[in-house]
Design a protein around this ligand. Structure first.
Ligand code: ZN
Ligand code: MN
Length: 481
């Protein structure tokens, strides 16, 4: 007898905040420095040292809350979460327990059944722990550079029903945090990490099943694989009449399976208490309004504008928000581009091809990009010359019109010049002209091709087509008369 199951997934996403220094001391947060070179008595938890709160970390956490529709608390209350582990030299983590900085938000995600809102229970601020390095046989090394790097932890309600929905949520959240400038979200550097809480229940059952937590997944692929594996494991257990045990599990990316780490801790195990070394800080309404006003347009809003206002396809709109930089440059160029679709196609065809990597910057100013777009949409350039022009500007960003003149790229759209060109073609290609008049309409392509060749690719092809057609039709009438 096969039972039908549903899966309930809630996520805890940790994101490092984009501050230059740590949350309670002046140490640098730069990634990839030699081990234990960015530490001081505060982040090492030496006796007698005291934390000083980094204001920017709080601002970024508030921005994250605003960007995800959360309510912002009136004050920041910090709590001490006690546990012993070698990556935490203080023996406790400064975090938030009962009063998170941001709460009751949510974001929309794409699912196979359409759009869906996933509720965010809370976003709290906390400090990161160090990194343990286990690749030395029996030895474990501790690198405390990461101790005290500011984090937010985004906790969702158990609203996600599948691995695909979970991945879709993390993608959407990542996009929002990137556009809001809250985090680098570099998963390969551990700047975005995800814990998965997962339970299964029989279809139609209201109450959630017992859950397990899978720790520290740092790629979309690992999130997906870990969920699929754990979901299958729990379903098999329940099908056989066994019980899921509440526990913390880890994902082995080589074996593609989750394994039991330890029994799941309860909040009480951490002996939370208000952090005695840090005061509760007021969060003034004015600060929140200022931050709200500074929040740039988020990906969903930009996509909607591109489609409804600029008439772009969904595909192009999606491609243009693939990074905030690209979207910002496009928005700026769009202000002076007469035809937004022409501008968009310059981005999606030419610029994307020229960009060497994800983090690379477009070396052409938005103003110049708009000018190239206008030359193209105004008929002064054809698309192959526009491509050449962009390659020139990519190497050296100069005035586009000047480059066109210097490199002889402008399209010939002078009616008289094109008329003479068409006459010249017809006079010198008797065979093709006769074929055309005999009804072989494909001979026209040869005539057009010849005209383009004579003009070295610069003739306006639409105008040349018009003039050739005119001459072929009218001279034929003259002869018939
Ligand atoms: Zn420090
Ligand atoms: Mn946490």
């Amino acid at each position: 007898m096969n039972k039908q199951f549903e899966t309930d997934i809630g996520l805890e996403v940790h994101a490092e905040l984009l501050t230059k220094s740590k949350i309670f001391c002046g140490c640098s947060t730069a990634f990839g420095m030699p081990p234990n070179t960015q530490v001081c008595p505060v982040c090492l938890g030496l006796p007698g040292s005291l934390p000083v709160l980094n204001r920017r970390a709080v601002e970024l956490a508030i921005l994250a809350g605003l960007a995800t529709g959360c309510t912002i608390a009136k004050e920041l209350k910090l709590d001490r979460k006690n546990y012993y582990y070698p990556d935490l030299p203080k023996g406790y983590q400064i975090s938030q327990f009962d009063k998170p900085l941001c709460f009751d938000g949510g974001i929309e995600i794409e699912t196979e059944h359409g759009k869906k809102r996933v509720r965010i229970e809370r976003i709290h601020i906390e400090e990161d722990a160090g990194k343990l390095i286990h690749d030395r046989g029996d030895e474990t090394l501790c690198d405390y550079n990461r101790c005290g790097v500011p984090l937010i932890e985004v906790v969702t309600k158990p609203d996600l029903r599948s691995a695909d929905e979970a991945v879709s949520f993390v993608r959407a959240l990542r996009e929002i945090l990137l556009f809001a400038g809250v985090s680098s979200c570099k998963m390969q550097e551990g700047a975005l990490r995800c814990d998965v809480n997962l339970s299964v229940r029989e279809m139609g059952e209201e109450a959630l099943g017992e859950r397990t937590e899978i720790k520290n997944l740092n790629s979309f692929q690992f999130i997906k694989k870990a969920i699929l594996d754990e979901e299958a494991r729990q379903r098999a257990l329940v099908s056989q009449g066994e019980r899921v045990v509440r526990e913390t599990r880890r994902f082995d990316s080589i074996l593609g399976k989750t394994f039991r780490m330890r029994e799941k801790e309860e909040a009480a195990d951490y002996r939370f208490f208000p952090e005695p070394d840090a005061f509760t800080v007021d969060v003034p309404c004015e600060t929140v309004s200022l931050l709200q006003a500074s929040l740039p347009a988020l990906p969903d809003e930009r996509r909607a504008q591109y489609v409804t206002e600029f008439g772009l396809s969904k595909k192009d709109a999606n491609d243009l928000v693939s990074s905030k930089h690209i979207s910002d440059v496009f928005d700026e160029a769009a202000k002076s581009a007469e035809n937004k679709k022409t501008l968009a196609s310059l981005f999606t065809t030419e610029l994307f091809r020229l960009l060497p990597g994800e983090d690379a910057l477009i070396p052409i100013t938005p103003k110049h990009l708009a000018e190239v777009s206008n030359l193209l949409s105004g008929g002064e350039l054809n698309s192959s010359s526009a491509k050449k022009l962009l390659s020139f500007l990519w190497e050296k960003d100069e005035d586009p019109k000047a480059v066109c003149l210097r490199e002889d790229l402008l399209q010939i759209s002078d009616e008289r010049v094109i008329f003479e060109l068409a006459q010249n073609v017809i006079d010198s290609a008797q065979k093709a002209v006769e074929d055309y008049r005999a009804g072989k309409k494909q001979a026209f392509q040869a005539l057009l091709g010849m005209g383009m060749k004579i003009s070295r690719g610069k003739a306006n092809p639409i105008l040349l087509t018009k003039k050739l057609t005119f001459l072929l039709e009218n001279q034929q009438k003259d002869e018939n008369r």
